[in-house]
Design a protein around this ligand. Structure first.
Ligand code: FAD
Ligand code: UDP
Length: 372
Protein backbone atom coordinates (compact mmCIF):
# COMPACT_ATOMS: atom_id res chain seq x y z
CA UNK A 1 0.00 0.00 0.00
CA UNK A 2 1.39 3.37 -0.96
CA UNK A 3 0.97 6.49 1.15
CA UNK A 4 -0.47 8.51 -1.77
CA UNK A 5 -2.39 7.61 -4.90
CA UNK A 6 -0.56 10.29 -6.91
CA UNK A 7 2.78 12.04 -6.64
CA UNK A 8 2.57 15.15 -8.78
CA UNK A 9 5.91 16.56 -9.89
CA UNK A 10 5.48 20.26 -10.61
CA UNK A 11 3.01 22.76 -9.17
CA UNK A 12 2.49 24.65 -12.45
CA UNK A 13 -0.91 24.76 -14.11
CA UNK A 14 -0.80 21.17 -15.35
CA UNK A 15 0.16 19.76 -11.96
CA UNK A 16 -2.22 22.00 -10.02
CA UNK A 17 -5.23 21.21 -12.21
CA UNK A 18 -4.54 17.48 -12.15
CA UNK A 19 -4.00 17.57 -8.37
CA UNK A 20 -7.27 19.43 -7.85
CA UNK A 21 -9.22 16.96 -9.97
CA UNK A 22 -7.60 13.95 -8.30
CA UNK A 23 -8.41 15.23 -4.82
CA UNK A 24 -11.98 15.94 -5.93
CA UNK A 25 -12.21 12.32 -7.10
CA UNK A 26 -11.25 11.17 -3.60
CA UNK A 27 -7.61 10.38 -4.31
CA UNK A 28 -4.74 11.20 -1.97
CA UNK A 29 -2.23 13.51 -3.58
CA UNK A 30 1.25 14.88 -2.87
CA UNK A 31 2.53 17.76 -4.99
CA UNK A 32 6.25 18.56 -5.09
CA UNK A 33 8.20 21.31 -6.82
CA UNK A 34 11.89 22.00 -6.98
CA UNK A 35 11.28 25.75 -6.90
CA UNK A 36 10.68 27.64 -3.63
CA UNK A 37 7.20 28.63 -4.85
CA UNK A 38 4.07 27.11 -6.36
CA UNK A 39 2.51 28.01 -9.73
CA UNK A 40 5.39 27.21 -12.11
CA UNK A 41 5.88 29.81 -14.80
CA UNK A 42 2.70 31.71 -14.01
CA UNK A 43 3.99 32.61 -10.52
CA UNK A 44 3.42 36.24 -9.51
CA UNK A 45 4.94 38.00 -6.52
CA UNK A 46 3.83 41.26 -4.94
CA UNK A 47 6.39 44.11 -4.93
CA UNK A 48 5.25 47.55 -3.68
CA UNK A 49 1.62 46.57 -4.32
CA UNK A 50 2.39 45.41 -7.89
CA UNK A 51 1.91 41.78 -8.92
CA UNK A 52 5.15 41.01 -10.73
CA UNK A 53 5.06 38.14 -13.26
CA UNK A 54 8.37 36.60 -12.17
CA UNK A 55 8.80 34.09 -15.01
CA UNK A 56 7.52 36.23 -17.85
CA UNK A 57 4.34 38.14 -18.59
CA UNK A 58 1.24 35.96 -18.71
CA UNK A 59 -2.03 37.04 -20.28
CA UNK A 60 -4.81 34.52 -20.04
CA UNK A 61 -6.80 34.15 -23.27
CA UNK A 62 -9.00 31.37 -24.59
CA UNK A 63 -11.84 30.42 -26.88
CA UNK A 64 -12.53 27.35 -24.79
CA UNK A 65 -15.61 28.00 -22.63
CA UNK A 66 -15.01 24.91 -20.52
CA UNK A 67 -11.54 26.19 -19.59
CA UNK A 68 -12.82 29.73 -18.94
CA UNK A 69 -15.57 28.44 -16.67
CA UNK A 70 -12.96 26.34 -14.90
CA UNK A 71 -10.38 29.07 -14.20
CA UNK A 72 -12.99 31.59 -13.12
CA UNK A 73 -13.92 29.22 -10.28
CA UNK A 74 -10.50 29.87 -8.76
CA UNK A 75 -10.04 33.59 -9.45
CA UNK A 76 -11.87 36.68 -10.55
CA UNK A 77 -10.47 37.94 -13.87
CA UNK A 78 -10.12 41.61 -14.83
CA UNK A 79 -10.80 43.09 -18.29
CA UNK A 80 -7.14 43.39 -19.36
CA UNK A 81 -6.69 43.18 -23.14
CA UNK A 82 -3.19 42.74 -24.46
CA UNK A 83 -2.19 45.51 -26.89
CA UNK A 84 1.60 45.56 -27.13
CA UNK A 85 3.47 48.42 -28.77
CA UNK A 86 6.45 47.79 -31.05
CA UNK A 87 9.46 50.10 -30.78
CA UNK A 88 11.66 50.02 -33.90
CA UNK A 89 14.57 52.39 -33.38
CA UNK A 90 12.27 54.84 -31.62
CA UNK A 91 9.38 54.54 -34.11
CA UNK A 92 6.27 53.20 -32.37
CA UNK A 93 3.79 50.82 -34.05
CA UNK A 94 0.61 49.13 -32.86
CA UNK A 95 0.48 45.36 -32.56
CA UNK A 96 -0.81 42.99 -33.74
CA UNK A 97 -0.73 43.98 -37.41
CA UNK A 98 -3.83 46.08 -38.01
CA UNK A 99 -5.01 49.34 -39.59
CA UNK A 100 -3.14 51.46 -36.99
CA UNK A 101 0.09 49.61 -37.93
CA UNK A 102 -0.51 49.94 -41.68
CA UNK A 103 -1.36 53.64 -41.37
CA UNK A 104 1.85 54.34 -39.46
CA UNK A 105 3.98 52.21 -41.81
CA UNK A 106 2.63 53.38 -45.17
CA UNK A 107 0.28 56.30 -44.52
CA UNK A 108 -2.62 54.27 -45.92
CA UNK A 109 -6.06 55.23 -44.63
CA UNK A 110 -8.58 52.71 -45.94
CA UNK A 111 -8.61 48.90 -45.66
CA UNK A 112 -8.51 48.73 -49.50
CA UNK A 113 -5.31 50.77 -49.60
CA UNK A 114 -3.73 48.60 -46.90
CA UNK A 115 -4.75 45.38 -48.66
CA UNK A 116 -3.33 46.68 -51.97
CA UNK A 117 0.00 47.55 -50.29
CA UNK A 118 0.27 44.09 -48.71
CA UNK A 119 -0.69 42.45 -52.00
CA UNK A 120 2.01 44.37 -53.88
CA UNK A 121 4.67 43.37 -51.31
CA UNK A 122 3.73 39.73 -50.94
CA UNK A 123 4.14 39.07 -54.67
CA UNK A 124 7.79 38.22 -54.13
CA UNK A 125 6.66 34.98 -52.46
CA UNK A 126 5.38 32.43 -54.92
CA UNK A 127 4.10 29.04 -53.79
CA UNK A 128 3.62 27.74 -50.26
CA UNK A 129 5.83 29.64 -47.73
CA UNK A 130 8.68 27.34 -46.71
CA UNK A 131 9.91 29.12 -43.60
CA UNK A 132 9.09 31.95 -41.19
CA UNK A 133 10.55 34.67 -43.42
CA UNK A 134 8.47 33.64 -46.43
CA UNK A 135 5.39 33.18 -44.27
CA UNK A 136 5.78 36.64 -42.73
CA UNK A 137 6.29 38.41 -46.05
CA UNK A 138 3.34 36.57 -47.52
CA UNK A 139 1.15 37.67 -44.57
CA UNK A 140 2.13 41.35 -44.20
CA UNK A 141 4.75 42.25 -46.82
CA UNK A 142 8.45 43.02 -46.65
CA UNK A 143 8.34 46.42 -44.87
CA UNK A 144 6.59 45.04 -41.81
CA UNK A 145 8.74 41.92 -41.91
CA UNK A 146 11.94 44.01 -41.88
CA UNK A 147 10.86 46.45 -39.15
CA UNK A 148 8.57 44.50 -36.85
CA UNK A 149 9.33 40.79 -37.31
CA UNK A 150 12.88 39.97 -38.44
CA UNK A 151 14.91 41.49 -35.57
CA UNK A 152 12.47 40.45 -32.83
CA UNK A 153 12.16 36.88 -34.09
CA UNK A 154 15.91 36.40 -34.52
CA UNK A 155 16.53 37.68 -30.99
CA UNK A 156 13.70 35.58 -29.58
CA UNK A 157 14.71 32.32 -31.24
CA UNK A 158 18.46 32.88 -31.81
CA UNK A 159 18.01 31.55 -35.33
CA UNK A 160 17.66 33.05 -38.79
CA UNK A 161 14.06 33.54 -39.92
CA UNK A 162 14.79 31.31 -42.91
CA UNK A 163 15.57 28.45 -40.52
CA UNK A 164 12.42 28.75 -38.42
CA UNK A 165 9.11 27.00 -39.09
CA UNK A 166 6.36 29.11 -40.68
CA UNK A 167 3.73 28.24 -38.04
CA UNK A 168 5.34 30.39 -35.31
CA UNK A 169 4.27 33.60 -37.01
CA UNK A 170 0.79 32.34 -37.87
CA UNK A 171 -0.11 32.82 -34.20
CA UNK A 172 -0.29 36.58 -34.76
CA UNK A 173 -3.50 38.08 -36.13
CA UNK A 174 -3.45 40.30 -39.26
CA UNK A 175 -6.49 42.57 -39.44
CA UNK A 176 -7.84 45.19 -41.79
CA UNK A 177 -9.66 46.83 -38.87
CA UNK A 178 -8.63 49.26 -36.14
CA UNK A 179 -8.30 46.61 -33.46
CA UNK A 180 -5.19 46.41 -31.23
CA UNK A 181 -6.28 43.28 -29.36
CA UNK A 182 -3.29 40.93 -29.67
CA UNK A 183 -5.40 37.80 -29.33
CA UNK A 184 -8.34 36.40 -31.25
CA UNK A 185 -9.98 35.08 -28.13
CA UNK A 186 -13.49 35.23 -26.76
CA UNK A 187 -12.24 35.39 -23.17
CA UNK A 188 -9.22 37.31 -21.89
CA UNK A 189 -7.94 38.79 -18.63
CA UNK A 190 -5.59 38.61 -15.67
CA UNK A 191 -6.58 37.06 -12.33
CA UNK A 192 -7.19 39.91 -9.89
CA UNK A 193 -4.39 39.79 -7.30
CA UNK A 194 -2.11 37.67 -9.51
CA UNK A 195 -1.83 34.06 -10.68
CA UNK A 196 -0.28 32.67 -7.50
CA UNK A 197 -3.55 33.10 -5.59
CA UNK A 198 -5.43 31.30 -8.36
CA UNK A 199 -3.06 28.31 -8.23
CA UNK A 200 -3.13 28.33 -4.40
CA UNK A 201 -6.92 27.99 -4.62
CA UNK A 202 -6.54 25.02 -6.97
CA UNK A 203 -4.17 23.42 -4.45
CA UNK A 204 -6.30 24.13 -1.39
CA UNK A 205 -6.25 21.22 1.04
CA UNK A 206 -3.46 19.46 -0.89
CA UNK A 207 -0.05 18.71 0.62
CA UNK A 208 2.71 20.57 -1.23
CA UNK A 209 6.46 20.17 -0.67
CA UNK A 210 8.61 22.91 -2.18
CA UNK A 211 12.37 22.92 -2.78
CA UNK A 212 12.10 19.21 -3.59
CA UNK A 213 13.70 17.92 -6.77
CA UNK A 214 12.11 14.72 -8.01
CA UNK A 215 15.02 13.51 -10.09
CA UNK A 216 17.47 13.93 -7.22
CA UNK A 217 15.26 11.92 -4.85
CA UNK A 218 13.50 9.65 -7.31
CA UNK A 219 13.64 6.26 -5.58
CA UNK A 220 12.54 7.67 -2.25
CA UNK A 221 9.69 9.70 -3.77
CA UNK A 222 8.52 6.90 -6.07
CA UNK A 223 8.13 4.73 -2.99
CA UNK A 224 5.47 7.13 -1.69
CA UNK A 225 2.87 6.89 -4.46
CA UNK A 226 1.08 4.49 -6.70
CA UNK A 227 1.44 6.73 -9.75
CA UNK A 228 3.48 9.75 -10.80
CA UNK A 229 2.38 12.75 -12.84
CA UNK A 230 5.59 14.31 -14.17
CA UNK A 231 5.56 17.85 -15.59
CA UNK A 232 9.31 18.48 -15.77
CA UNK A 233 11.43 18.18 -18.93
CA UNK A 234 10.96 14.78 -20.56
CA UNK A 235 14.62 14.48 -21.60
CA UNK A 236 15.80 15.17 -18.04
CA UNK A 237 13.53 12.35 -16.76
CA UNK A 238 15.46 9.89 -18.91
CA UNK A 239 18.84 11.34 -17.92
CA UNK A 240 19.23 12.85 -21.44
CA UNK A 241 20.00 9.30 -22.60
CA UNK A 242 18.99 10.03 -26.21
CA UNK A 243 20.50 13.53 -26.26
CA UNK A 244 19.24 16.94 -25.11
CA UNK A 245 16.16 18.61 -26.52
CA UNK A 246 16.71 22.28 -27.27
CA UNK A 247 14.87 25.00 -25.36
CA UNK A 248 14.96 28.77 -25.39
CA UNK A 249 15.50 30.39 -22.05
CA UNK A 250 14.81 33.96 -20.94
CA UNK A 251 16.71 36.13 -18.50
CA UNK A 252 14.68 38.78 -16.70
CA UNK A 253 16.29 41.97 -15.47
CA UNK A 254 13.87 43.50 -12.98
CA UNK A 255 14.00 47.09 -11.78
CA UNK A 256 11.88 48.98 -9.25
CA UNK A 257 11.60 52.61 -10.36
CA UNK A 258 10.60 55.51 -8.19
CA UNK A 259 8.18 56.93 -10.76
CA UNK A 260 4.57 56.13 -11.56
CA UNK A 261 4.84 55.50 -15.31
CA UNK A 262 7.79 54.23 -17.34
CA UNK A 263 6.33 53.31 -20.73
CA UNK A 264 2.55 53.72 -20.49
CA UNK A 265 1.81 50.12 -21.51
CA UNK A 266 2.23 46.61 -20.11
CA UNK A 267 4.39 45.40 -23.02
CA UNK A 268 6.71 47.18 -25.43
CA UNK A 269 8.49 44.93 -27.96
CA UNK A 270 11.89 46.12 -29.23
CA UNK A 271 11.83 44.87 -32.78
CA UNK A 272 15.23 46.08 -34.03
CA UNK A 273 18.26 43.79 -33.95
CA UNK A 274 20.51 46.23 -32.07
CA UNK A 275 18.58 46.53 -28.77
CA UNK A 276 19.72 43.48 -26.79
CA UNK A 277 16.41 42.82 -25.02
CA UNK A 278 13.30 41.57 -26.80
CA UNK A 279 10.76 43.45 -24.73
CA UNK A 280 10.11 45.45 -21.58
CA UNK A 281 7.18 44.57 -19.36
CA UNK A 282 5.73 47.16 -16.97
CA UNK A 283 3.76 44.95 -14.62
CA UNK A 284 1.41 47.46 -12.99
CA UNK A 285 -0.52 47.95 -16.26
CA UNK A 286 -1.82 44.37 -16.11
CA UNK A 287 -4.00 45.68 -13.30
CA UNK A 288 -4.45 49.25 -14.63
CA UNK A 289 -1.81 50.80 -12.34
CA UNK A 290 -3.95 50.31 -9.21
CA UNK A 291 -3.36 48.44 -5.99
CA UNK A 292 -5.89 46.01 -4.53
CA UNK A 293 -7.88 48.88 -3.03
CA UNK A 294 -8.09 50.78 -6.30
CA UNK A 295 -5.45 53.40 -5.40
CA UNK A 296 -2.88 54.62 -7.93
CA UNK A 297 0.55 53.06 -7.34
CA UNK A 298 3.38 55.58 -6.93
CA UNK A 299 6.19 53.28 -8.11
CA UNK A 300 6.63 50.87 -10.99
CA UNK A 301 8.44 47.59 -11.70
CA UNK A 302 9.82 46.86 -15.15
CA UNK A 303 11.42 43.70 -16.55
CA UNK A 304 13.72 43.61 -19.54
CA UNK A 305 13.63 40.20 -21.24
CA UNK A 306 16.74 38.74 -22.82
CA UNK A 307 16.27 35.59 -24.81
CA UNK A 308 19.02 32.96 -24.83
CA UNK A 309 19.73 29.38 -25.82
CA UNK A 310 19.06 27.05 -22.91
CA UNK A 311 22.04 25.39 -21.25
CA UNK A 312 22.10 23.11 -18.18
CA UNK A 313 21.29 25.13 -15.05
CA UNK A 314 18.98 27.60 -16.90
CA UNK A 315 15.19 27.44 -16.78
CA UNK A 316 13.87 25.82 -19.96
CA UNK A 317 11.03 28.06 -21.20
CA UNK A 318 10.22 27.51 -24.85
CA UNK A 319 10.47 24.14 -26.58
CA UNK A 320 12.03 24.59 -30.01
CA UNK A 321 9.50 22.79 -32.15
CA UNK A 322 11.55 22.36 -35.31
CA UNK A 323 12.10 19.14 -37.25
CA UNK A 324 15.28 18.05 -35.49
CA UNK A 325 13.81 18.44 -32.01
CA UNK A 326 10.47 16.99 -33.11
CA UNK A 327 12.23 13.81 -34.21
CA UNK A 328 14.17 13.51 -30.95
CA UNK A 329 11.03 14.15 -28.92
CA UNK A 330 9.23 11.35 -30.82
CA UNK A 331 11.90 8.95 -29.51
CA UNK A 332 11.53 10.20 -25.95
CA UNK A 333 7.77 9.85 -26.28
CA UNK A 334 8.22 6.16 -27.02
CA UNK A 335 10.32 5.77 -23.87
CA UNK A 336 7.67 7.69 -21.92
CA UNK A 337 4.95 5.34 -23.13
CA UNK A 338 6.95 2.48 -21.65
CA UNK A 339 6.76 4.01 -18.16
CA UNK A 340 3.43 2.51 -17.17
CA UNK A 341 3.04 4.28 -13.84
CA UNK A 342 4.05 7.74 -15.02
CA UNK A 343 1.93 10.33 -16.80
CA UNK A 344 4.00 12.90 -18.69
CA UNK A 345 2.16 16.22 -18.99
CA UNK A 346 2.52 19.93 -19.60
CA UNK A 347 4.83 22.16 -21.60
CA UNK A 348 8.02 20.37 -20.63
CA UNK A 349 6.65 16.86 -20.11
CA UNK A 350 5.14 16.86 -23.62
CA UNK A 351 7.70 19.26 -25.18
CA UNK A 352 4.89 21.33 -26.62
CA UNK A 353 4.44 25.09 -27.14
CA UNK A 354 1.26 25.09 -24.99
CA UNK A 355 -0.51 28.28 -23.88
CA UNK A 356 -2.08 28.29 -20.42
CA UNK A 357 -5.56 27.42 -21.66
CA UNK A 358 -4.26 24.48 -23.68
CA UNK A 359 -2.30 23.15 -20.74
CA UNK A 360 -5.40 23.34 -18.53
CA UNK A 361 -7.50 21.61 -21.21
CA UNK A 362 -4.86 18.87 -21.52
CA UNK A 363 -4.75 18.34 -17.73
CA UNK A 364 -8.55 18.17 -17.55
CA UNK A 365 -8.65 15.62 -20.39
CA UNK A 366 -6.00 13.53 -18.71
CA UNK A 367 -7.81 13.72 -15.37
CA UNK A 368 -11.03 12.57 -17.02
CA UNK A 369 -9.28 9.66 -18.71
CA UNK A 370 -7.34 8.68 -15.62
CA UNK A 371 -9.89 9.28 -12.87
CA UNK A 372 -13.06 8.40 -14.77
P1 FAD B 1 5.39 24.93 -15.73
O1 FAD B 1 4.65 26.15 -15.35
O2 FAD B 1 6.76 25.07 -16.31
O3 FAD B 1 5.47 23.98 -14.43
C1 FAD B 1 6.35 22.92 -14.31
C2 FAD B 1 6.80 22.85 -12.86
O4 FAD B 1 7.55 21.64 -12.68
C3 FAD B 1 7.73 24.00 -12.47
O5 FAD B 1 7.23 24.65 -11.33
C4 FAD B 1 9.06 23.32 -12.20
O6 FAD B 1 9.80 23.94 -11.14
C5 FAD B 1 8.61 21.93 -11.81
N1 FAD B 1 9.66 20.92 -12.02
C6 FAD B 1 10.34 20.66 -13.16
N2 FAD B 1 11.22 19.68 -12.98
C7 FAD B 1 11.08 19.28 -11.69
C8 FAD B 1 11.73 18.30 -10.89
N3 FAD B 1 12.72 17.52 -11.35
N4 FAD B 1 11.34 18.18 -9.60
C9 FAD B 1 10.35 18.97 -9.07
N5 FAD B 1 9.73 19.91 -9.78
C10 FAD B 1 10.07 20.07 -11.08
N6 FAD B 1 0.69 31.28 -21.94
C11 FAD B 1 -0.42 32.03 -22.14
O7 FAD B 1 -1.53 31.47 -22.27
N7 FAD B 1 -0.36 33.40 -22.20
C12 FAD B 1 0.81 34.07 -22.06
O8 FAD B 1 0.84 35.31 -22.11
C13 FAD B 1 2.02 33.31 -21.86
N8 FAD B 1 3.20 33.92 -21.72
C14 FAD B 1 4.33 33.18 -21.51
C15 FAD B 1 5.56 33.84 -21.33
C16 FAD B 1 6.72 33.10 -21.11
C17 FAD B 1 8.04 33.81 -20.92
C18 FAD B 1 6.65 31.68 -21.06
C19 FAD B 1 7.89 30.87 -20.82
C20 FAD B 1 5.44 31.03 -21.22
C21 FAD B 1 4.27 31.76 -21.46
N9 FAD B 1 3.03 31.13 -21.58
C22 FAD B 1 1.90 31.87 -21.81
C23 FAD B 1 2.89 29.64 -21.47
C24 FAD B 1 2.58 29.18 -20.02
O9 FAD B 1 3.64 29.58 -19.18
C25 FAD B 1 2.44 27.66 -19.99
O10 FAD B 1 1.41 27.23 -20.85
C26 FAD B 1 2.14 27.07 -18.60
O11 FAD B 1 2.74 27.78 -17.57
C27 FAD B 1 2.62 25.65 -18.59
O12 FAD B 1 2.31 25.03 -17.36
P2 FAD B 1 3.03 23.67 -16.97
O13 FAD B 1 2.40 23.20 -15.71
O14 FAD B 1 3.04 22.75 -18.13
O15 FAD B 1 4.58 24.04 -16.78
N1 UDP C 1 6.73 38.32 -33.31
C1 UDP C 1 7.38 39.31 -34.02
N2 UDP C 1 7.32 40.60 -33.58
C2 UDP C 1 6.64 40.96 -32.47
C3 UDP C 1 5.96 39.95 -31.74
C4 UDP C 1 6.03 38.64 -32.19
O1 UDP C 1 8.01 39.03 -35.02
O2 UDP C 1 6.64 42.14 -32.11
C5 UDP C 1 6.84 36.93 -33.80
C6 UDP C 1 7.98 36.16 -33.11
O3 UDP C 1 8.54 35.28 -34.07
C7 UDP C 1 7.26 35.35 -32.07
C8 UDP C 1 5.95 35.01 -32.80
O4 UDP C 1 5.66 36.21 -33.54
O5 UDP C 1 7.97 34.18 -31.71
C9 UDP C 1 4.80 34.67 -31.89
O6 UDP C 1 4.61 35.74 -30.99
P1 UDP C 1 3.92 35.54 -29.59
O7 UDP C 1 3.77 36.87 -28.96
O8 UDP C 1 2.71 34.70 -29.80
O9 UDP C 1 5.03 34.69 -28.82
P2 UDP C 1 5.07 34.16 -27.31
O10 UDP C 1 6.15 34.97 -26.66
O11 UDP C 1 3.72 34.34 -26.69
O12 UDP C 1 5.44 32.73 -27.44
Amino acid sequence: MYEYDYLIVGSGLYGAVFAHEAKKAGKSVLVIDKRPNIAGNVYTEEVEGINVHKYGAHIFHTNNKKVWDYVTKFAEFNRFTNSPVANYKGELYSLPFNMYTFNKMWGVVTPEEAAAKIEEQRREITGEPKNLEEQAISLVGRDIYEKLIKGYTEKQWGRDCKELPAFIIKRLPVRLTFDNNYFNALYQGIPVGGYTGMVANMLEGIEVRLNTDYLENKAELDALADKVVYTGPVDAYFGFSLGTLEYRSVRFENELLDKPNFQGNAAVNYTDRETPWTRIIEHKWFEFGKDRNGNDLPKTVISREYSSEWKPGDEPYYPVNDEKNGALYAQYKKLAEGEKNVIFGGRLGEYKYYDMDAVIAAALDMAEKELG
